[in-house]
Design a protein around this ligand. Structure first.
Ligand code: ADP
Ligand code: MG
Length: 233
């Protein structure tokens, strides 16, 4: 599903340049649940943003479901992004004046899905995250965990090939974090490919594989004896 080879990325800072990714090689198969672990500033978001086609590497190869991602114009990049990728962020990024259902349906509007199907799909995915009864509520009427579940439903509603989550539990207390990870595990059980960026070891251990980033390279890549969220809650 994801194949990257010798990926490099630097940020220009005035006359200096910060070399953040120094030759990343990574293969991820369809159906995997992978954590990208590393301390703050280790380049996790930089890597995820490149995988998410929100940013471009300076050099190296990236193939996404067999498609080489390189030198795409913004129209083509946006098309692939919508078709292949779903995003979940630490800060939920919900629209405050729209209901849970409208938030989930919005990306489908931009994909020109007809209204009726948008609403059906939004309700289906709200149901999948356990929030059917909350469909008409505004984000500020929801708890942090519920907001993140709406954001996950929104990402899933577009039926992406890969779900990319950058610190999805970063704004949540530990019990709620485990609940959100439990949901992510369930979505993975349905066959979805998911990447979770986190700096928290116990969150990473709820994925099936952990890739450790340090000093711009992958220093460890291991399979996990999966820990179920129910162990904690
Ligand atoms: P992480 O997500 O692991 O905390 P990031 O990928 O956000 O790390 O950042 C890696 C390094 O790159 C950090 O030192 C950060 O300050 C720097 N960095 C990130 N984004 C930019 C940017 N747009 N411009 C300059 N430096 C950046
Ligand atoms: Mg980050």
């Amino acid at each position: 599903m994801i194949e990257i080879k010798d990926l490099h990325k630097s940020y220009k800072m005035g006359s200096n340049s910060l070399h953040v990714l120094k030759g990343i090689n990574l293969s991820i198969e369809a159906g995997e649940l992978v954590a990208i672990m590393g301390s703050s500033g280790s380049g996790k978001s930089t890597l995820l943003n490149i995988l998410g086609m929100l940013d471009e590497a300076d050099s190296g190869e990236y193939n996404l479901d067999g498609v080489p991602i390189k030198n795409l114009n913004e129209t083509k990049a946006a098309k692939y992004r919508n078709k292949f990728l779903g995003f979940v962020f630490q800060s939920f990024n919900l629209i405050n004046y729209k209901s849970a259902m409208e938030n989930v349906a919005l990306p489908l509007y931009y994909q020109k899905v007809p209204r009726k199907e948008r609403e059906q799909r939004a309700m289906k995915y709200l149901g999948q995250v356990g929030l059917k009864e909350w469909a008409t509520h505004l984000p500020n009427e929801l708890s942090g965990g519920q907001k993140q579940r709406v954001a996950i439903a929104r990402a899933m509603a577009a039926e992406p090939k890969v779900l990319l989550a950058d610190e999805p539990t970063g704004a949540l207390d530990s019990t709620t974090s485990y609940e959100v990870m439990d949901l992510i595990q369930k979505i993975n059980d349905l066959g979805n490919t998911i990447l979770v960026v986190t700096h928290e070891e116990d969150i990473a251990h709820m994925c099936k594989r952990i890739v450790y980033l340090k000093d711009g390279v992958i220093v460890e890549d291991k399979k996990v004896e999966q820990v179920r969220a129910s162990t904690y809650v």
